[in-house]
Design a protein. Sequence first.
Lengths: 443, 443
Amino acid sequence: MSKIKVAKFGGTSMASSETIKKVIDIVKNDEERKFIVVSAPGKRFSDDIKVTDLLYKVADEILDSQTSATYELVKQRFIEIAFGLNVSFSIETVLDQIFKEMLYEETVEFIVSRGEYLSAMILADVLGFEFVDAKDLIRFKGSKVDYQLTNKTARKALKHKEYVVISGFYGANPRGDIKLLSRGGADVTGALISRAVFAKVYENWSDIDGFLMCDPRIVENPHLIDMMTYKELRALSFMGASVIHSDTFYPVSKEGIPINARNTFNPSSPGTFIYDYVPASKSKNVITGIAGLNNFTLIIIEKHLMDETPGFDRKVLSFCEKLDIQVEHFPSGTDTFSMMIESKYLTGDKRETLINQIKKTMKPDTVEVLENISLISIVGRNLMANKYNMLKLFSALVNTNITLRMIDYGSNGTNIVIGVDDIDYEYAINAVYNEFVREDHER
Amino acid sequence: MSKIKVAKFGGTSMASSETIKKVIDIVKNDEERKFIVVSAPGKRFSDDIKVTDLLYKVADEILDSQTSATYELVKQRFIEIAFGLNVSFSIETVLDQIFKEMLYEETVEFIVSRGEYLSAMILADVLGFEFVDAKDLIRFKGSKVDYQLTNKTARKALKHKEYVVISGFYGANPRGDIKLLSRGGADVTGALISRAVFAKVYENWSDIDGFLMCDPRIVENPHLIDMMTYKELRALSFMGASVIHSDTFYPVSKEGIPINARNTFNPSSPGTFIYDYVPASKSKNVITGIAGLNNFTLIIIEKHLMDETPGFDRKVLSFCEKLDIQVEHFPSGTDTFSMMIESKYLTGDKRETLINQIKKTMKPDTVEVLENISLISIVGRNLMANKYNMLKLFSALVNTNITLRMIDYGSNGTNIVIGVDDIDYEYAINAVYNEFVREDHER
C-alpha cells in the first residue's frame, strides 16, 4: 500500500502564525504526510475577514484604479504569519513583487489566487518542503477543471518529488492564465493531488472534528460519525451545509482513496473517515446520520383516469423546469401525482403560475397544496440489513406522536426520506436519534 | 330525497329466461327501481358465447357476404328467452325485421347494438315498463360520449316517464348513427341515466356479491367491502380487474349518487356501496382493501450531483413516454432517481433501448435494474386517522419476514403502496389482511 498521505489544511488552520504552528506539528508528526495542500489564511475570529475576501476587494480596486489600499491589510496578515514563523526569506520583498505582478496581470483570478500562493510558499519554507505552484498541476479547459489532463500533468510533475506544499484553489489553462476553482475549491485541489500521487488517505483538516450524526442545534451533543460512505455523505449533506466541497469526492473515489476529515485544533480526535465502500462488518451503528430541511411544499394533483393522459408526470415536471423549480420527491398513486418542492422555489408568483399552468394544461380534478413540511433523511448503509430497523424507525416516530406526511424509500438502500410537519421536525429527529443512537451507545 | 333507483343488469343476469326471472323479481321487489338498464344476454355457462360476441361475428358475415349463418344462434338465444318469459309479441317477427335492418344499415355498430336493444325490449314487455331506445338518450360526438349533451337529452326525454327499460352499451351521434361505448359500457349507460334522472342510488347488478377486500385466490374467504369511496375503488381496481367500468364513476360522482354493486344470484346480500365520500364515523374497518400486481421492474439511476443537471427526471420520463412506457412510482433521493415500471412495458428490446438512452444522454454513474417486484396497495380512507396503523402495517410485514423494496406514501391519505419481491407477494397480502381484518372481525 502507498505510504503517502495528502493533507489539506483549510483557511482557519492557515489563519495565523499560531494556527500554522499547529499545522506544522501535525505534518511533522507523521512522515507519511508528504503532500500538503493549503488554503489562504481564513478568519482568526468571527468578525475577521478572510484573505481571499480581501483579495477580491484588492482586485476590484486594481481593476478600477490601478492601485489598492486594501492590499495593506493583506500584507499585514502575511507579515504577521511570516514573522511569527520566522521564515527564511524577506516577506516584504515577496509581497511587493506580487503586487507588481497583480498590476501587470490585472485579472481577478491571478490577484485572488495569491492568497493560496503565499500561504503555500510560507508553509513550504518553514517545513523545509518544496513549494509547487498549483498552476503547474491543475489544468483547466475553459472554466472547468480538466480532470484527465490534471491527473496526467500532476502525476508527472510530482512523480519524483517528496515532501511538497501545494497552493490550493487554483490552476491554469493551457495558455498559463490562472483559473479559480469555486469557493472551497482547495478541497478539490487536495482530492486531485491525492489521486495523482496514489495517496493512501486524503486528510482534510478543518476546525471541526469531522461529521456529526445530526445538527447539534437540534440534538444535544450528537456523536461524531466514525466512518461513512461517499453516498451517505451526499445523502446527509444534500439537506445541510457540508464541510467538504462536493466536487471533492469524484477524484478520490475514482482511486478508492478514503477522505479523513480531521480537526487541526483537536488532532487527537480520529475524525470521520469517508470511504467508497464500507463492509457491513466494520460498522457498529445502524444509522450513520440524520439530516433534515424545513419548509417544503407538497403539491398534490388528482385526476380521474390520470394514466390515460400519456406523459402526465413528464408534462408537469416540464412546467417546473421552465420555472426553475426543483422537485425533490414524487409521491404518486392511482390517479394522483405529487411533488415535494422546497418552498424557496415557489416564492413570488411562481407557485400560482405553476398551479395555474397545471390546471389549465392538465385539467386535473383537484390540486391541493400542503405547506410547512420538513423532510428528514435517515441515512445508514446498514439500515435495511435488519428488517426490524424499519419497524424501530416507525415506532420511534409514531410513539412520539409524529404525523407522517410522506415516505420515500426504494431508490437506494442507504436512506429513507420521510416528510413531517415543520412543527414536528426537531421532535422527529430527536426521536430517531434516541431510538437508534443513544440506546446503542449508552447501553 | 329522490325516490328513484336506477338498476343495471349485466350480461350474466340477462343470459336466459331463468336468470331474467330473477331480474324481474328484483325489479318488482322495490317500486323505487324505476329505470332499468340492461346488457345483452351473456354467458349461461363458462363455455357459452355472449350474444354480443355472436353479433360481432354476424357483422363480419353481413359486411362480407350480405348474409349470416351465425344470426341463427342469436335468434335461438332470444327465442328461448322470449318463450320462457312468455312475451306478448312475436319474437320471430321482430328478429326477422331486425335482420333486415342489419342488412340495410350495414354497420358493425348497429348490428352489435341489437343485443341490448332486444334484451331491453323483452324485459320491458315482461315487466310492463316502457322501452326507451338508448339512441334517443346517449349522445356521441365523434367516437366519444358527449356527457353534457347526453345529460341534457336524457333528462328531457325521461322527465315525465316512470318505469322504463333502457338498452345499455350504445347511443347515437347527431345524425342518428348508432355508436358503441367500450366493452362493459352498459355500466356507463346506467351511470349516465342515474345522473339524468337524479337517482338516489345506482344499482349495478352482476353475478358477484360486490367487491372483496382482496383477491380470493390469495386470501381465503376475504370479506366483502361494505362501503368505500370512488377513490378507494380506483386505488384498488388499478391493480386488478374491476367489476365496474372505470368511466362509470364520473357521471354519478358528479351528482353524488352512490353505486351499489349487487348480485342478481344472491339478492339478499347488501353488496358494496361506493360513495363519493364516506364519513369516518360510518366505517368500522381500518382498511378497505388490499390490491396488488406482480412483475414490476425498478430502474435505479444514480448520478453524482444529479441536481446540477436541470430536468434530469423530466428528460428520463420523456424517454419512457416515447417508448410508451408507463411509470408507476418514482422513488428518489440525493443523486438518485428511480422508476417502478410494470415489466410488460419493458419487453423485447424496450428495456435495453431505455437504459441505453439513459446512459447515453444522462451520463449516470450507474443504472441498476431490480426485477420481479410486486406492488401492493393498502387502501383505506381511515388508514392514517390513527398513527398506530402505520406501525401495525409495518410490523405485520416485518414479522412475516417480508423485505421491503419500496414505500410510496404521501400523494393522498387513502393508500400506501409498498414494493416487495414477487416471491413475498402472497405472504405480504395475507400478513396485512390478517393484521387488519381477521383480528378486527374475528375478535
